[in-house]
Design a protein around this ligand. Sequence first.
Ligand code: PLP
Length: 382
Amino acid sequence: MQSIYLDNAATSFPKPAGVSDSMKRYLDCVGATINRSVYGRAQEAGLETLALREVLARLFHFPEPATHVVLTPGATFGLNLVIKGLLRPGDHCIVSGMEHNAVMRPLQQLGGVEFDRIPCDSEGFLQHGALEGLFRPNTRLFVLAHASNVCGSVQDAAAVGAACARHGCFFLLDGAQTAGHYPIDFAALRLSALAVPGHKGLLGPSGIGALLLTDELAASLTPLVAGGTGSASDSELLPPYLPDRLESGTPNLPGIYGLRAALAFVEQQGVERLRRHELALCERFLDGIAPLSGVRLCGTREPGRRVGVISVDLPGRDNAEAAFRLEQEFGILTRCGLHCAPAAHRSLGTFPQGTIRFSLGFANTEQDVDAAVAALRAISAG
Ligand SMILES: Cc1ncc(COP(=O)(O)O)c(C=O)c1O
């Protein structure tokens, strides 16, 4: 039986042609690290790394210099860099009711920092009316999942950015489910920072991601990790400049080469075109399940306000067993449960049973969607 991969919100698969070749070329033919040695191959790796920062800056309309594109192991690391690097006892933070544990767990670890959640409706959208009342004089940071990894709802980040600007608080956008799937304009959204993983919609390997941040926020952060940077080696103190200050240790160069090749594909396709493809498949999926009385969509049908992350509940059935049958009988790979986002499931009314999540990617086809709908029809009727 052929398998149909519908778990792109966890990590994208397959990767575009060229990603593994580029990683292999690095491992077999380049091999050098950056910022340390000066021979030709080390310089080549340095230029590749700079080119990656530049393409990330271009993709997200980032107004700061490419030095402020900090390479991280993933979105989780970037979110922790800001949350733990910025907030101190007595500070206040605002989050949405749809956050991933990559935001909630670091926040819960911080003693003496209070936070409020903006309630979200049963389709996963912020209740914007609640927003203004949550800001306090000590509100330092607002963290928002741009799109939900549970139901795909995309938040009005521009409205949040404007509110943060009015109240003088930093705005950190978690782009884990939008980077590569939905346009992100750093300046227009008035972001202070954007955390993205390389392995989801940006189509690179796991273990590499980025944090793009303003100079003002960077100056307010205490680095979480300190170590060798290959720069200012006469000093036992971290250099004051970016990206070195936030990038201690030898970087993930195979990941850098892989992500750069993946972004060449993303840029050549264009995020708008990738989005149109995923949305067309998403609408086909939603139309397909609409007549199925045993399948409940958790989230919005509105295409303009979502990405291709689709959660369903099979009322009266065990979702985990249904997901198991999807794989065993139909070869369809999904993710079932709470998706590391218990708060989001509480907002959607799907806690603790969770949902079955189907998430689309650039390589999925209409046939994949039709097979998934047919399988849901069979399981929900059987
Ligand atoms: C909304 C959201 N934020 C953060 C993350 C963390 O990303 P990573 O595991 O790549 O660090 C994920 C991963 O699924 C996510 O969906």
